[in-house]
Design a protein around this ligand. Structure first.
Ligand code: FES
Length: 123
């Protein structure tokens, strides 16, 4: 499966997949977003497009990825929670380093992001 940057508005856009909802804020009353530079990174081996300045979790969310990991004991799905680096809900393995809080880590060209299993292992 390949992930793309796009927003489904359920308005009949030809590139809108029926079963997936892509979220990316296009207009904001206060903030502005620089969308001039696209980059690519991999998520569990799949190539994903993002914009320079996105956090990893925001880029994944925009690409339709909602589950960023699973709880250690009960293996319940975990995703965005605080989005400010205060919890551990979004921790993933980034370029071989476990426990990276992806909600506050900027995505970079060629970055390798993987779902973390358990407490993570340094590779
Ligand atoms: S969502 Fe809480 S630290 Fe990232």
């Amino acid at each position: 499966m390949k992930y793309y940057i796009r927003q489904c508005r359920r308005s009949g856009q030809t590139d809108c997949r029926e079963t997936e909802f892509f979220m990316r804020i296009e207009k904001h009353p206060i903030l502005s977003f620089d969308r001039s530079s696209k980059i690519t990174f991999t998520y569990n081996g799949e190539e994903i497009e993002a914009y320079e300045g996105d956090t990893i979790a925001a880029a994944l969310h925009a690409a339709g990825v909602r589950v960023l990991g699973h709880s250690q004991e009960l293996h319940r799905p975990r995703g965005f929670y605080c989005a400010i680096g205060n919890c551990s809900s979004c921790m993933m393995v980034v370029d071989g380093v476990p426990n990276v809080k992806t909600c506050v880590t900027e995505v970079k060209q060629g970055m390798k992001v993987e779902t973390q299993v358990g407490k993570g292992v340094i590779k």
